[in-house]
Design a binder for this molecule. Sequence first.
Ligand SMILES: [Zn+2]
Length: 580
Amino acid sequence: MLKQLSYKLLIVVSVFFVVACSSTKEASKAKKGATTAANKPAKKPGKNDIQPFNKVITKEAKSDEGLFTVHTQDESYFYEIPDSLFDREMLMVTRIAKTANGLGFGGGKQNEQVLRWQKKGKKVILRVVSYNVFAADSLPVREAVENSNFEPVLFTFPIKAFGKDSTSTVIDVTPLFEKDVKSLGLPDFRRRPYKVTRLESDKSFIESVKSYPRNIEARHVKTYAAGAPPSNSSTGSISIEINNSMILLPENPMKRRYFDERVGWFTSSQTDYGLEDQKSKSLEFLDRWRLEVRDEDIEKFKRGELVVPKKQIVYYIDRATPEKWRKYIKQGIEDWQVAFEAAGFKEAIIAKDPPTVEEDPEWSPEDVRYSVVRYLASPIPNANGPHVSDPRTGEILESDINWYHNVMSLLRGWFFVQTAAINPDAQSPQFKDEVMGRLIRFVSAHEVGHTLGLPHNMGSSVAYKVEDLRDAAFTQKYGTAPSIMDYARFNYVAQPGDEGVALMPNIGVYDKYAISWGYRPILDKTAEEEKPILNQWIMEHAGDPMYRFGHQQVGDIHDPSSQTEDLGDDAMLASEYGIK
Ligand SMILES: [Zn+2]
């Protein structure tokens, strides 16, 4: 809410399919070779020889099925990679999960890369699909783009064994997470300020590697020797816990929707060399959920009837959330349904309780299939709504909202200072549950807005006349700003006697318009062909301040109409009312 983690995706790749190498034959041949070798006791298998599966993965191993099966044995971690997943593109997101005091970047994303696992001879190669340039498959320039985007090798692994039915390949991935692999650990720009010199291997270890159907989550503690550690300086080192999240990218990429700066969105971008222009051009497209019309509903949709999307956006409420707040967080999520109705969908976004441990012991917020509002017992007075998207198309793959317990103390402070003069509900040190619940619903809706693709719209609140904010009928209808994505909290303009004024924004006119603009399906058109229609949707509201988008300005403020915490069209007058 305060500090939205705006994820700008740097690494972008094109739609690029490599035919998976037919490895079954290769596998059985190699296995035969290995078995023969094992049958001759005279020759001891070398360290790098391929061995029978049960010699490598013994009965003692703990096995966790998922995208790859992860076998854990004697502090070693093995991936059993299904041959069908070689050459598929995977997104690797590296975050710092935990830090000591003073480092101050816990939870933050450090790096994002598209990776590809390949099998070559007796090795498995992990490559970085690093090209962020693109040219359509059909164009001759395509080959040039591929050649200049040779995929660097991140790591190689000797093949240890083949799976029991010869359709999978086993490697030991322990070194990948134990060694100092910068792109999966502390990045260079973090090392410099603390004068990090090297990894201290004896103080570094793998915490866990867990497999889910579409992702693998690795956690490892890294200790680096540092000349200027920010805290515990006597140790001369810093320790952090890293989380590497590897997500399988969809086989059928979503259709992009191109960005237009007149409507605020989080975006991904890519350089296109296939355009008619003399120079290459950066293409920017929306980060958004894949909302599609079911085939059987297409006629209904065309007639203007609301339809339930093929796949709804589902948010789960963390099991750790106190019972009494759950319904308010859920309301904040489902408040967005009205915006998706503007886009042609009903029940597009729903909130659910997760299954209990008894119902589904495997369920986890780490599973990329589940987006979760996580309730964190932390003194940080904040909440944020980051998301992970497919760099090729902008498709949002998952989003977990982090809800820190102390966001409530922040809300209490604001609500008291800004509204207590006219609002009996805010005049006690402890708010009633319904009052706090309403505030929680407001924050929940704001955070969910970020995860749907919307950044802050600080140019929203200026659309209303300051005097209108004292009008009960007006504010009940329109809230305190046309967008819940502005910082238009809370109504400090209202004066004693202004009975019944609304105190905060709701999903407003701008929010419905932005969601409709970004999500309404345009059937039978390519992303390129959508552009004139998207332009027309914007031009329909040209000049109307209710539909305006204004950037959040950081540092020097140049546009006085696009500020945080301001209300109405005259900040001086509004502030006078506020301090009156
Ligand atoms: Zn925010």
